[in-house]
Design a protein around this ligand. Sequence first.
Ligand code: GLU
Length: 290
Amino acid sequence: MATYRGRFAPSPTGPLHAGSLVAALASWLDARAHGGAWLVRIEDVDTPRCVPGADRLILQQLATCGLVSDEPVLWQSQRGDRYQQALDRLIDQGHAYPCGCSRKDVEAALQAQGVSRERHHIAVYPGTCRPENGGLHGKPARAWRFQIPAPVDVNWTDRRLGPQTQNVATEVGDFILQRADGLWAYQLAVVVDDAAQGITHVVRGEDLTDNTARQLLLQQALGLTTPAYLHTPLVLGANGEKLSKQNGAEPLDLGDPLIALNAAAHALGLPPQTGSVSQALTAWAEVWPA
Ligand code: GLU
């Protein structure tokens, strides 16, 4: 096996919360338990959602918890040329096409097809601007989409959740690689950077599980290797909803980092620890996976 390289890749949309600390701790423990490297990457491609200074704050919070990147931290906002190269390659090989549809156009096309969808559920792009459907139909190009090769199941195995299946064509549709406003999509940036950083193992929150099939398709189209994936349990708030910055999760209280770490460890099925932060981390790494 290639030398283990793992990462934690927060989006700086606010400070870490209890849920993101679980993913951070799990990815760190998995790396240490494998004698591997742990990298931090700041995923700040969606600039309108990023909060100035949140990146520094997250790095500080991680450091307070004894979690420090083994290599210089990477900021995705500085890597646009790498994403452009990947997009160019996808275009050259017929895996990407320009799309002139606004959100309203997509809604209208879906309605015309009699497709109703639940609120907040992603619209499966109906393929209006696919080359075989006549391309842009004279509209200006707004975004770039990935052309899903065929409506087949993408199968992969999560290290915790077991076998997973998604028919990306029918469940997601041709997804965006570069948005109309020029911003890079998470799917493209994450695949390019996981490969560029030689990531062998991805450990992240369970809310991201259903992005994995899309990422596998992109890796195949770009000729990149696929890392192993492990999705960690979500921490639910008092209202039973997953903790996220969007639903107002409290920022972590790191007055005593061991209290926050013990809570994260508990979510991962690990026993409580006393003593120093570094003693606790070492003890958990010895019994990981729980
Ligand atoms: N940046 C993503 C997030 O904070 C995580 C991406 C990943 O781990 O693949 O939700």
